[in-house]
Every structure is written in C-alpha cells, then in structure tokens.
Design a protein around this ligand. Structure first.
Ligand code: RIB
Ligand code: CA
Length: 342
C-alpha cells in the first residue's frame, strides 16, 4: 500500500518522541522531513532530542530542520512567564511549577529526561531551517502532503504567511492542540496553542482542512503499566528507550498535575495526531465545528473556542475535533511500531 507523505513538526518532548516512533515504525508514512519548534524546551534541546530519537530508532535518512526559539509575537520566555502567572491566578493555592517555567516541569531540563542517548550521534540538522524545509518539500512533491504538528504552531504560521502559493499542496493538518471543553476547566490553556496563539489563529483561519486532537481525546486514550511492560517485552533498543521515557513522563506529568488523579495511567498527547493519519478508523468520535482562537497576551491566550453546539451558524465549520479513539488499538499501534524499529 502506498505510504502517506507527511512532514512532522514537533518539540520533543516525550510524547513527541512517541509520535516519531509511531510514524516511522508504522511503515505507513513517508516522512519527508521532521521540523522542530521551541515549546517543551529550547529550540536547541528540542532539535537535539529529535536528532537523538531518529538516530536511535534507525531513521537516519529523515532530514531534521531546526525551527526558531520564539513564537510569532511575544518571546518564548514572556509566554512562559504568562503561563506561570496564569496558573497562579487561576489556582492561587497550586504549587509553582517544579522546575523552571518551560515544559521542564513535565519533560525535565533537557526536554526529554529519563533516557541517556549515546553521546556520539552523527546526525546533525539540515542546512535549511524549518519553514524553508517545509516549503521545499511542498514545492518538490508530486502529491499533497499531510502536516502533522505536535508542538506550538509557529512554523506553520510562518509557512502560511510566507508561502501562500504552496498551501494547495497541503492535504490536511493533523495537530495535537487545544481543547473543546470550557477552557477554564484546567489550570491553564492547552500548552501548544497557548505558546503561540497568533500562529494558531493563522493556522485555524487558513482554510486548510484541520483535524484537532486536543485534551478532549488525549486525556481519554491513556497508557498504563501494561503498555510499558509490553514495550519492554519487545526486547529491542527502541522498546526499552520508549519504556524508560514513558515511565519518566508518567511520574513527572502525574506529579505536576496530581489533581487529575491518573494513577498508573498518563496521556501520550502527540501520538494521537499521528495514529489518526496512519489509520483514521482508530478515531471513534469526531465532530466538525467552528473553532476560534483567543489571542492578545492574556491568561486565556490560545484558548480554542469551540462551537460544539453549532450556535454560530454563519461561521465556517473549519475544524474536525476529535473526542475519542479506540484506546486498545491505539496502544497496540504504539507497541507494534516500537517493535518494528531498531
Ligand atoms: O499540551 C500537550 C502538548 O504540549 C504536547 O504536544 C506536549 O508535547 C507539549 O508540547
Ligand atoms: Ca509536543
């Protein structure tokens, strides 16, 4: 069966790592390029993490193009300070994030703590930067490309602004981001849309078909200890690396968000946006609706305002919002993909 051509834009990140392993190990996707963005950590760290994962699983042939440190308008540092202030304002009694104010509270100081990759990684970033690489792949492709975005949407925002003539080459954007629940149900906005709300607004208003995998689905399809045991039972390097990183992520995520009481389970947010491209039938509940994005530097930055009752009849139903997936099939896809890697 012909592979689906994709570009993966990510900010590794433990769940971005899972997205990359699933995309490569599935054997169903033709990964034309991986591009990086700052989010869970600095652009230097997210890029190095992407290089380490791809080299370790045997995917050296996939180019990695480095993105930029800051979102389109405010700096990454400013946005992280706004995030910390928002958390304090929304839940004054909550403890400050454990470490720093980037995603370090959950992903650790390197952005992907929990596994020591071999020091000697010959893989280096491509000469082209992220947005130029995206444009090159789109320009040269004989067929439309699916963009899979698992971090803040800065690169996609710039692509849409700088290369409008190439947008017809984009089949669909499958993104992890947002939530359709009333956004103040959580201590803060969904991270990816919060970090670069202006880029998110550009993407959601672009007219490109979008499938949105937000917290509504990613906090429903959770992995557990059995998943980790199945990964270890594979007996290969990738299985053990994924098991180590998911174990680390589960403990730091559940410590940082203890009030969710997740027990031995935890989300793998970004892998959801890949699974739905590989096999759309794994998605069991998806609804088309208008989604608007809040911008302007407030504690509601990046809020995905979802018209899930169709009240705003005159506005375009621009997004397919995913509410649920077949968890067992999803987790089996992850384990089988890891088993197909080195
Ligand atoms: O809110 C979850 C998202 O933020 C995931 O993409 C995770 O990797 C972080 O980037
Ligand atoms: Ca991510």
């Amino acid at each position: 069966m012909k592979k689906i051509p994709v570009i993966i834009d990510c900010d590794p990140g433990h769940d971005d790592m899972m997205a990359l392993v699933l995309a490569y190990g599935s054997g169903k996707l033709d990964i034309r390029a991986v591009t990086t963005v700052a989010g869970n950590n600095t652009i230097a760290n997210t890029t190095q993490n992407a290089l380490n994962v791809l080299h370790y699983i045997g995917a050296d042939g996939i180019p990695v193009a480095m993105g930029y440190q800051d979102p389109m308008v405010r700096s990454h540092k400013e946005q992280m300070e706004l995030l910390a202030a928002s958390r304090k304002k929304m839940r004054p009694q909550a403890a400050a994030p454990a470490t720093g104010i980037t995603g370090a509270a959950v992903h650790g100081k390197t952005g992907m703590d929990g596994f020591d990759f071999p020091e000697s990684n010959p893989k280096t970033p491509a000469d082209l930067r992220s947005v130029e690489m995206m444009a090159k792949v789109l320009r040269e492709s004989q067929e439309p490309i699916t963009l899979i975005a698992t971090g803040p949407l800065t690169n996609l925002g710039f692509l849409i602004r700088l290369y409008p003539h190439l947008l017809s080459k984009i089949q669909r954007i499958s993104l992890m981001g947002g939530t359709s629940e009333f956004v103040l149900t959580r201590q803060f906005m969904e991270f990816n849309t919060f970090v670069d709300p202006e880029a998110t607004k550009i993407v959601f208003e672009s007219g490109i078909p979008i499938t949105m995998y937000g917290y509504d689905v990613t906090y429903r399809v959770l992995f557990n200890q059995s998943t980790i045991d199945r990964l270890r039972a594979l007996g290969n390097n990738t299985g053990n690396m994924v098991a180590d990183l998911l174990s680390y992520f589960r403990s730091s995520h559940n410590r940082s968000l203890s009030r969710l009481n997740l027990g031995d389970t935890a989300p793998i947010h970004d892998a959801c946006a890949v699974a739905g491209v590989i096999d759309p039938s794994v998605v069991t509940d998806v609804r088309k609706m208008h989604v608007d994005i809040n911008v302007g530097g407030s504690l509601l930055d990046g809020a995905t305002v979802c018209d899930y009752q169709g009240a705003l009849e005159s506005l375009p139903k621009n997004v397919d919002v995913v509410y649920n997936m077949d968890t067992e099939r999803f987790l089996t896809m992850l384990v089988e993909a890891a088993g197909a890697c080195k």
